[in-house]
Design a protein around this ligand. Sequence first.
Ligand code: 8NA
Ligand code: MG
Ligand code: MG
Ligand code: MG
Length: 295
Amino acid sequence: DHDVRMSRARLSLAGLSVGDAFGERFFGRDSVVERAIAERTEPPGPWSWTDDTAMALSIVATLERFGDIDADFLARAFARRYELEPQRGYGGTAHEILKDIASGLPWREVSAAVFGGEGSMGNGAAMRVAPVGAYFADDLERVIAAARTSALPTHANSDAQAGAIAVAVAAALAWQMREAPDGERLLATVLEHTPEGLTRHGLLQAVELRAQGVPTAVAAKRLGSGYRVLAWDTVPFALLCASRHLDSYEEAFWDTVAGLGDRDTTCAMVGGVVAMSVGEAGIPGRWVAAREMLL
Ligand code: 8NA
Ligand code: MG
Ligand code: MG
Ligand code: MG
C-alpha cells in the first residue's frame, strides 16, 4: 500500500541524497581529490546536497501526494524549488528550462525546444528517479511508465528518458533481490527493459565490461563517462558500479568516485539503487549525519 511504498521511496531518497552529497565532495580531478580517493579519506562534513537531491525531493513529494507521477505537478514542484535555490548546481540548460516553467510557460513546449528540438540528453532525469523505482518496486511496468513521465518536464530526449527508466528499474530490482543480490542478473534485466538507443548501447557495453572484470576506473573511460554529464555515458557507468556492490553501500561509493567525472550524480544514482538492497541499516549513520539536512 501507499505507506509501504512511501517508506521504500524515502529509503531510496536517503541513499540518493547521501550519494549526491558524498560525491560532490570529490568534485574535480586534482591531486588532493585523487589522494583522498586512493586513501579513502572521508571528507569532513557538512556535505551539502545538489540539484540531484533537490529534484528527487520534488519527485518524492509528488509520489506522496498522488501515489503516482503527475507531470504537471512535478514540473511546478521542480520550478518552485529552483526559484527558491537556483544555486544548487543545476545543469546549464536546466537553468533555462526551469526558469521558463517558473514563469508559466508550458513544460512540454519548453523541454521539447532545447538543443534545436533534440531535447536534453543530460543525466538529470536519471539522477533523481530512483525513488520512483523504489515506490513501484513490485511492478516493473509501472516503474517504467512512471520513470518516463518523471523525465518529461525537463528531458524530451529519448536517451535521457531511457536513462531514467534504467535507473528506476535498477532500484526496483535491487529491492526485489535484497535477500540474495545478483549484480549480473540485475544489469542484464535492466538492459532488457531499457528502450533502444545510445543509453541501451552503453548498458550493453557495461554488461560486457562486467563480464570481463574490467576495473571501474578503466570502465569509466571506455564508457565515455570521464567528463560528461549525459545520460548515455553516466547511467551505464553508475549501474555497472551499483551492480558490483549491491551488498555494500560504502564500497559502492568508493568504487564509483574512482571513476572520475560527474561524481555527485553517479553517486546519487548508485546510492538510490544500492540503498534498496542494503536497507536502512546498510547506510552508515555517520554519513547520514554528515549530509546537509533535507528540507
Ligand atoms: P541539462 O539539461 O542542462 O544537461 C546537462 C548538460 O548536458 C547541458 O548543459 C549540455 O552541456 C549537455 N547536453 C544535454 N543535452 C544535450 C544535447 N542534446 N546535445 C548536446 N549536449 C547536451 O541538465 P541536467 O539536469 O540533465 O544535467 C544534470 C547534470 O548537471 C548533473 O550532473 C547535475 O549535477 C548538473 N551538474 C553537473 C556538474 C558536473 O559534475 N560536471 C556540474 C554542474 C552541474
Ligand atoms: Mg548535482
Ligand atoms: Mg562487494
Ligand atoms: Mg552532477
